[in-house]
Design a protein around this ligand. Sequence first.
Ligand code: ADP
Ligand code: MG
Length: 264
Amino acid sequence: MQITSNFNISDTDFALRADKIEKRFGNVDVLRGISLEAKRGDVISLIGASGSGKSTFLRCLNFLEVPTAGTVTIRGGAYEASDALSRSRANKNKLRELRREVGMVFQSFNLWPHMTAAENVMEGPVQVLKESPKVARSRALDLLARVGLAERADYRPSQLSGGQQQRVAIARALAMNPDVLLFDEPTSALDPELVGEVLAVMSDLAKEGRTMLIVTHEIGFARDVSSKMLFLRKGLVEEEGPPRSLIESPKSEELHRFLARMRH
Ligand code: ADP
Ligand code: MG
């Protein structure tokens, strides 16, 4: 696919661009052409009703799900479906690079239950980046300290609260030095009293200038941390712009109704 619009990967501000991402499951068009561009340090929030395609879109950005059509471009290059469908070694390496550059934090944490917090954080650096266990552990301890878990490095997930597990998952994502971090409803599985500690860590990352795409139902948080907000509906971007404009003066009836539902 030819990328026609005027952007340049060598632009130092460029982080990630999605170009007309489509995804079809069977005969259902779940994503019908979603585009967005993130500059370095952008925090982009994605909101929308359940089933609107938010998770599928995030998963397409690092090819956990292979888009049916469209292109994802990061600083390392452009990716399209053919890169994932060919099983050549070059293409496998290319996809591995995409997944390293575009990290993901899931709703359900997805930590290894048999490993301690530190071992979970070290796993990618040791297995994928081929770091020595000693260096990887030392970095893991630093990262755990950054998310407020210095004292919990040698605990297993079952010995940690949901909020602590999610902070381990964030440290694990950071350990791969990604250029862009994706968050898929990172606080939806948490008890209400644990949501704040995870949002606080995410706010710190935003302040540090991390490029982040966040699917969330925490509208107040999204308004405060994000530079841009997209409202997805039925696999399309229904409305986008500065978070305050969307939240305070939604243009579409659907966004208006969605926000009214969120307030109850
Ligand atoms: P959201 O995250 O906004 O709730 P999803 O991206 O999870 O939405 O799902 C969008 C639609 O795609 C839903 O109708 C869902 O049932 C469908 N879908 C998601 N993943 C698959 C899959 N692997 N196979 C078939 N349908 C799927
Ligand atoms: Mg989802």
